[in-house]
Design a protein around this ligand. Structure first.
Ligand SMILES: C[S@@+](CC[C@H](N)C(=O)[O-])C[C@H]1O[C@@H](n2cnc3c(N)ncnc32)[C@H](O)[C@@H]1O
Length: 385
């Protein structure tokens, strides 16, 4: 892959100048070292590579006023500087044109930039999502409520672009929050559909402006297919999918299972999960809006001894309390996958008294960055003959 023109400055992907094979070796070694430091004796499967170009389906850029309007990612050299991005080789070939059109429009309208410290001004962030297999784009401009956007003109500028993908959805997210993260106080659909759709294997998934969706569709198809293969769920078996998001893993397994239950904390994400079940005509799946730990504590007895427990938590991993709840549930098999291998190994220590670890398999969801996903399969010890 050629090196991006912003590489020397941009803090987006740090490993672009390291040959991809070496990146994979470094990630595999990282997992090996973690296993050694946690004294966990494992079969470590070879890391699954990913395409390296244009693999990400979501980017979040910041606006800044640096002697003029810029929009991009923070610099790796100067903490407060935003690198004005013109291309991003891990995101989309359409990005340059989209960013240029948006910046030209905003400059012409003389909109102000929101100050991180002054909390004054209008423009905050720009969220762009692009599905890879269906080539759909969603744009979300995040602003404060201090100025008015010329919505008609904004839509016209964007929809008249000649792009490889199609702009299907445009949002304005209005946030007056002092928080540095994007807060979806109020979201207004300015144009098109409220979601875009990605096609993974033979399933379709809807993605909203604020839904969690794994960032690398090329890698996750292989990942979900492998989960399906390793689980080998039969039509008599049931699955409980904790931290289920929009239901992706559950729906891959529902095609084999008797029934799948998904548990997700965010109501809007569960709404999309239900829509996904409907459009994929999957009837043997159901979702709960609940905190996973509270769900296990209050309803766990109904799912005791479940055949498969899927755990795919946020980066922080599991708390000791939820690990105890999982042990009380006594699932026969556990598939635990994490984008934070440190948290995975820490949590495995709490499970390995009662479970044996079949293997760990790393997946490179994030080429050119230090991050990786690690999948593990555990079997309840008192079931193994
Ligand atoms: C890493 S994502 C996994 C999503 C899904 N398994 C997938 O592959 O797309 C974690 C999900 O857990 C949800 N979540 C975070 N904390 C939670 C909690 N305490 N209880 C239930 N869901 C939670 C998040 O909203 C997010 O959708």
């Amino acid at each position: 892959m050629k090196i991006c023109k912003h590489f020397s400055e941009c803090g987006g992907c740090r490993f672009q100048d390291i040959p991809y094979k070496e990146q994979l070796v470094a990630k595999q070694d990282k997992v090996k070292d973690l296993a050694i430091s946690h004294k966990i004796d494992i079969e470590l499967k070879p890391i699954n590579p990913s395409p390296c170009e244009y693999y990400r389906n979501k980017m979040e850029f910041s606006f800044a006023d640096q002697e003029g309007l810029v929009c991009g990612l923070y610099s790796k050299r100067e903490r407060r500087k935003v690198v004005d991005i013109e291309e991003c080789l891990i995101f989309s070939p359409d990005l340059g044109e989209v960013l240029k059109a948006i910046k030209d429009f905003l400059k012409e309208k003389k909109h102000s930039v929101y100050g991180k410290y002054s909390h004054q001004g209008f423009l905050r962030y720009l969220i762009i999502r692009e599905t890879k297999f269906t080539k759909e784009i969603m744009i979300g401009i995040v602003t404060s409520s201090s100025e008015a956007l010329d919505v008609k003109e904004f839509i016209k500028v964007l929809t008249s672009l000649k792009l490889k993908s199609t702009i299907k959805s445009i949002y304005q997210v209005i946030s007056d929050s002092f928080s540095d993260a994007v807060v979806f106080d109020k979201k207004e659909l300015l144009y098109g559909e409220s979601f875009i759709e990605e096609r993974l294997d033979d399933l379709t998934f809807r993605i909203g402006i604020d839904t969690f969706f794994q960032v690398n569709p090329y890698a996750i198809v292989d990942f979900y297919k492998k989960i399906r293969e390793y689980a080998g769920v039969s039509s008599r078996e049931q699955v409980l999918d904790l931290f289920c998001g929009v239901g992706t893993i559950g729906m891959f397994l529902a095609r084999d299972a008797k029934f799948v239950w998904g548990v997700e904390r965010e109501e809007e994400i569960v709404d999309i999960a239900w829509q996904n079940a409907k459009i994929n005509k999957i009837e043997n799946i159901s979702f709960f809006v609940a905190d996973s730990r509270k769900f296990l504590n209050t309803q766990g007895s109904f799912y005791k001894n479940t055949d498969f427990l899927i755990i795919n938590p946020p980066r922080c991993g599991l708390s000791p309390k939820i690990i105890r709840a999982i042990l009380r549930l006594e699932p026969k098999n556990i598939i635990y996958s994490s984008c934070n291998p440190e948290a995975l190994f820490r949590d495995l220590e709490g499970l390995l008294d009662q479970y044996s670890l079949d293997f760990i398999e790393p997946f490179d969801f994030f080429p050119h960055t230090p991050h990786l996903e690690a999948l593990s399969l555990l079997r309840r010890k008192n079931l193994i003959k």
